[in-house]
Design a protein around this ligand. Structure first.
Ligand code: LR7
Ligand code: MN
Length: 586
């Protein structure tokens, strides 16, 4: 397992955000007594599909799928309507043993019908949207390497079940040199027997190419009007394809993404929100994709909560693009290996070279979010890092310095030849990265722009500096103190800005006082919300850093090195004096 790249995390669920945590009591036990309820569960799902005018298969066909393949052990009704499956203790032990091979609960997956129903995850307004009859056709490209049988086939079945056949030109499966035995002859037989021959193609890579070149190979043999890429562990939702095709028909230069719903890696629950809240794509200066809020100007511009929403970047795995436009705009960088970075590359390129990137809220596709990679990285390379170097060298102009500040280890890495990509940028007469930041992602925070002060923040008497102590940026963690470091190498842990809106912040995280009662109050680093309130701080050169809401001061007293920093009554003592490395005249 290669630790150099962190995996893409699922977006927070609306429940998590509104704190009205899971009132979901429909959790099912995997045991025989459940079978009684099966019929109603399946019938419910069929009625559900009828409602929106989709064809549905006869009940016995649904229940028999996969039963004789030697891998599936379907318990009819289990996981229907996307419900979570909870195992008893004995089964959980068996499931845990299998978990590491798949990075999700394959034991449960093997027991859920390949044709299981999903909850309608769309906003109710989507049901009123009309789509044209003569939409372009789609080639669905699904790449995989050693994907589990049940998750791969459930992806394919869900596409077959929820895509009108006149829009489904073909499904192209690309096997990136899987070694699992059942993905060889057995898979071919299954496809021949159970799926329409004219709709399904299986392409085998001769060597392990990685997801970027595997997708390129799939795209090369595609003949539909639109390319739709999916990961190999997805479940499509109601009317998932029509909204994507409709938008591309209106504007062939838009690259469109569905809302990606979470399929829980432990319970296989298809988590359906109310369809109203979703996030769009951003990036961090260390080269990772991240979820961000829809900015207010975009909220105003789109006429309805279900209207297409512009997004600075995309997660990467699930999107649709006009097939000819895919090639015109430079397809993918074929110099990228295995996993990572291609999504930001494509996002920058599309925006900078005259296209656009949108999330289409009426299209939903579920994806199993995994917390580690179940497959190997040949040569144990940090492919995310190296692919991202290719991206920043081609697209980010002088802004690449911010990336290298986070990753000085990659400054001299061999990233191969990028001449062709630079030529492409030239040929397409693309705009520069500054244009992208100003026009597409103006809310992106750059630590030395629109700030009063930036750099390390030192208390001179103790020679201690503010430091995030390498704590998890995705969680709320206390702000710490550490001996001040020199400015060479990776120093981002100690780089802070006092922003023009009076935030004491690192990239996406702002200092906030959360517990307002005790004498020494901890300072937490939490996601910046831009509303001032508990995230507002005031400071002048060589003076205290004052938290506006409580009127208290940042203080090193009471905390030793490698401890957390506190706010306490302002006293004008040495322990409350701070110097930013740089002050700007604004
Ligand atoms: O060497 C490989 N060859 C492959 O064919 C490695 C992977 N793959 C296949 C793999 O079987 C899977 O179908 O490529 C697909 C993506 O790999 P995952 O599922 O391990 O990736 P991920 O879901 O963790 O990562 C996200 O970011 C990647 C960056 O390179 C890709 O763009 C993935 O497609 C992307 N997935 C999504 O966007 C789904 C939503 C996740 C989020 C946010
Ligand atoms: Mn994936």
């Amino acid at each position: 397992e290669n630790n150099n790249h962190k995996n893409v995390l699922p977006p927070p669920s609306p429940a998590e955000l509104t704190k009205e945590s899971g009132k979901n009591n429909q959790r099912l036990k995997l045991n025989r007594s459940f079978v009684d309820k099966t019929k109603s569960a399946v019938r419910m799902s069929n009625d559900h599909q009828k409602e929106v005018g989709l064809e549905h298969k006869p009940e016995d066909e649904l229940q028999n799928t996969g039963l004789d393949d030697g891998i599936m052990k379907v318990t009819p009704g289990l996981g229907e309507v996307g419900r979570p499956v909870i195992l008893n203790q004995k089964e959980q032990i068996l499931a845990d043993e299998l978990f590491s091979s798949a990075a999700f609960n394959v034991y449960i997956s093997d027991r859920i019908s390949l044709n299981r129903s999903v909850p309608d995850a769309r906003h109710p307004l989507c049901k009123n949207v009309q789509y044209e009859n003569n939409l372009p056709t789609a080639s669905i490209v699904i790449i995989f390497t050693n994907e589990m049988w049940s998750s791969l086939l459930r992806t394919i079945h869900s596409v077959m079940n929820r895509t009108p056949s006149h829009l489904l030109h073909e499904i192209i499966l690309v096997d990136d040199l899987s070694t699992l035995e059942y993905l060889k002859g057995k898979l071919e037989n299954y496809l021949k027997k159970n799926l329409p021959k004219n709709k399904i193609k299986l392409l085998r890579m001769k060597k392990r190419e990685g997801l970027i070149r595997a997708r390129l190979a799939g795209a090369q043999i595609a003949t539909g009007d639109v390319l739709v890429f999916l990961d190999s562990h997805c479940e499509t939702n109601f009317m998932w394809l029509e909204p994507l095709l409709q938008r591309i028909k209106e504007d062939r230069k838009t690259v469109v993404c569905p809302i990606i719903d979470v399929i829980d890696d432990k319970t296989l629950q298809y988590v359906a929100s109310n369809g109203e809240y979703f996030q769009i794509g951003g990036f961090t200066w260390n080269g990772h994709f991240t979820w961000i809020e829809i900015p207010e100007w975009e909220e105003e511009q789109r006429k309805s909560v279900v209207a297409p929403t512009k997004s600075p970047t995309m997660a990467g795995g699930l999107f649709a693009i006009d097939r000819n436009y895919f090639w015109e705009i430079g397809s993918y960088d074929e110099g990228m290996d295995v996993w990572g970075g291609e999504n930001l590359e494509m996002a920058f390129r599309v925006w900078m070279c005259g296209g656009s990137l949108e999330i289409i809220p009426c299209s939903h596709v579920g994806h199993i979010f995994r917390s580690f990679h179940p497959y190997s990285f040949p040569g144990n390379k940090d492919t995310h890092g190296i692919n991202t170097v290719r991206t920043v060298e081609v697209w980010m102009d002088e802004y690449k310095k911010y990336f290298y500040m986070h990753r000085p280890d990659l400054r001299h890495v061999n990233y191969g030849d990028i001449t062709k990509r630079l030529e492409l940028r030239d040929k397409l007469q693309c705009k520069d990265f500054e244009w992208y930041l100003e026009n597409i992602y103006p809310q992106k925070f750059t630590f030395d722009q629109n700030v009063f002060a930036f750099g390390i923040v030192r208390n001179p008497v103790s020679n201690l500096c503010l430091d995030n102590l390498n704590r998890d940026e995705d969680k709320s963690e206390p702000l710490g103190l550490h001996h001040c470091k020199s400015q060479k190498g990776v120093v981002m842990n100690q780089v802070f800005s006092l922003s023009a809106s009076n935030e004491l912040r690192q990239e996406e995280n702002c200092a906030e006082v959360l517990y307002k009662t005790s004498k020494y109050q901890k300072v937490m680093m939490v996601k910046c919300h831009g509303r001032g309130e508990g995230q507002e701080w005031h400071h002048m050169r060589g003076g205290p850093i004052i938290h506006r809401e409580t009127g208290k001061c940042l203080d090193v007293a009471g905390s030793k090195a490698t401890k957390d920093v506190y706010v306490t009554e302002c006293k004008g003592t040495h322990s409350q004096i701070w110097w930013f490395e740089n002050y700007l005249n604004m």
